[in-house]
Design a protein around this ligand. Structure first.
Ligand code: MG
Length: 262
């Protein structure tokens, strides 16, 4: 059965080629891996992203983490960001996305718990194929879902940076949660829109397939975004399990998909 010490992880965050500040933040503290993309003027986004990851990092000290604890930590982060905005007029309107993966124990066996608020993303890379697990909370995602624009048009649409859910809002945002069984060779990519806005899914899939080492894969992906002009901050975490010969994966719970918390 896989344990936390089996996880392999790499990460990188970069200010990009245009922005003056890096308002993204990454948390790499097993069993929690998360990216936050802060927003708001006067460096407020940096504050919001830091608050979000600080509240999640508390879970890293727990022997067992479950879905309820992740949702509660995100709710506490939302309240703390609202307080920070109320306390400082210059920081009013601060907010952040948060997306991540937690190696969690569910019904006594290890699972991946994926969570998302906003338009940062979690992708799964398994068997050489990439699939996006999270669904963006963004204006363009709603336009695509309604059939008004194509996914390709969404990449250059003027509303592409407008999120429809974020931390720092009242009422608190609903956090989407997915629970996936652990499988040998699983890898997850957690990234801010500074990667997904510059590098398309086919190139991300190829980069992960070509580079098994998670740190080298993370660096390669950030460099692809930089080569494409990196108009935004770029953050990447690659986390996963090796393909073991004799490691047994214990899957005792059925595959299920959970959405929302309301
Ligand atoms: Mg961004």
């Amino acid at each position: 059965m896989y344990e936390l010490t089996d996880l392999r992880v790499g990460s990188m965050t970069d200010v990009g080629c245009v922005r003056e500040l890096n308002e993204d933040a990454v948390l790499v503290r097993g069993p929690l891996f998360a990216v936050a993309d802060g927003m708001g003027g006067h460096a407020a986004g940096e504050v919001a992203a830091a608050i979000a990851l600080e509240h999640l990092s508390v879970l890293a000290d727990r022997p067992v983490v479950d879905r309820t604890e992740v949702v509660a930590a995100i709710d506490r982060a939302n309240a703390a960001i609202l307080r920070a905005g109320a306390a400082d007029p210059a920081a009013a309107g601060l907010g952040t996305t948060v997306s991540g993966v937690c190696f969690a124990s569910i019904a006594g066996s290890p699972h991946w718990l994926i969570f998302n608020v906003g338009d940062s993303r979690v992708y799964r890379h398994a068997g050489g194929r990439l699939s996006q697990v999270t669904v963006d909370h963004s204006e363009v995602e709603e336009l695509v879902a309604a059939g008004h624009i194509t996914r390709e048009q969404a990449r250059t649409h003027p509303m592409r940076n407008v999120v429809t859910r974020s931390l720092g809002t009242d009422p608190a945002p609903v956090c989407d949660i997915w629970v996936l069984p652990v499988e040998a060779g699983d890898r997850f990519l957690i990234c801010s829109d500074g990667l997904s806005g510059e590098v398309d899914d086919a190139a991300i899939e190829a980069a992960l397939r070509d580079e098994p080492d998670p740190q080298r894969a993370a660096v390669a992906l950030v460099h692809q975004a930089l080569d494409a002009g990196a108009h935004d901050n770029v953050s990447v975490i690659v986390v996963g399990l090796p393909l073991g010969d004799d490691q047994q994966v214990d899957i005792t719970a059925p595959r299920k998909q959970l959405r929302g918390t309301a």
